[in-house]
Design a protein around this ligand. Sequence first.
Ligand code: NAD
Ligand code: TDX
Length: 334
Amino acid sequence: MRVLVTGGAGFIGANFVLRTLAQRPDVEITVLDKLTYAANPATLESVADRIDLVVGDVADAALVDRLVAAADVVVHFAAESHNDNSLADPSSFVQTNLVGTFALLEAVRRHDVRYHHISTDEVYGDLDLEDPTRFTEATAYNPSSPYSSTKAGSDLLVRAWVRSFGLRATISNCSNNYGPYQHVEKFIPRQITNVLAGVRPKLYGDGLNVRDWIHVDDHNDAVWTIIERGEIGETYLIGADGEVNNRTVVETILELLGQPADAFDFVTDRPGHDRRYAIDSTRLRTELGWQPQYLDFRSGLSATIDWYRANPDWWQPHKQAVEANYAGTERVIG
Ligand code: NAD
Ligand code: TDX
């Protein structure tokens, strides 16, 4: 099976490539990645001779057409993925997430190739802390940020291409991922590497916002489950019952690294900051038989801390620029 993986040099896409090569000898992988600031080609160094890495843009229709024509399956991870960046400058989010997805959809339509679309629970907006409900496949779209609205728009393009043109496509909307090879701009790696670098972790607002954490390997196993057993045209929510508030995450990181649990700063809140995400993944579990393997967030977090501690060469070159960027907008408030 020939699989085209877009965004395969980023966090989730690269974990998908590494895991697929380790577990599925029958799969040949081509990665299409623009190698933006978010990519780290070092992640794929150990498998460089086993994959075809094409450096290019998913919005480049001619390039995409050629690569899709040579594939049996396309898994579309490539995106601008960071909410804070989308607030500073949304233009690349519209270009990559919407125009890029459009180029892929047109190519898979022309060549009748199986397509899986990677998306996020953020398309559903947010929930109150006290709300007893969780997101399901039936929840109405209500995105808050430039990032999540472009992801929502890309999902709707996929749905329209399925209905109008009979595309052989599936969509998954997953909750917040953690694990190795995640960029240090994101919450968990930022705080782990802050503590390792002797800097106090930074919590936005009151620190009580809730995210529903899932290990990246559980996400990627679910993606394969959907590619192999998902019903064409359908959407599946991926989540591992991992709701935790941000303050608890930071306190746990500090504790696991032997620091006092209160050694963090509160900083100015993210504008429009979604309060809570929560996924009900019953459909994926009952219809397709998927189950997460990482059931204990604390031990998954501990393994992730060990990975960052053991791999400073992977993250240190990017740390200073990320922190300088944050320093331009955030102010310590407590
Ligand atoms: P990431 O930012 O770590 O990686 C994105 C990758 O896409 C990078 O390698 C980058 O170079 C590449 N890319 C960006 N623009 C491109 C373009 N125009 N052409 C080709 N390649 C381009 O992102 P991630 O966290 O790995 O997220 C991957 C996907 O999963 C995204 O679609 C995201 O919306 C989705 N998702 C992420 C999470 C999460 O918690 N990180 C949760 C749910 C869904
Ligand atoms: O320094 C920080 N302090 C802080 O309190 C950072 C970077 C974040 N936060 C908060 C904001 C969020 O409530 O932590 C939470 C997680 O923040 P991010 O890592 O930026 O993730 P989020 O905005 O929840 O979006 C992530 O999950 C869904 C991914 O970046 C998206 O690509 C995915 O779609």
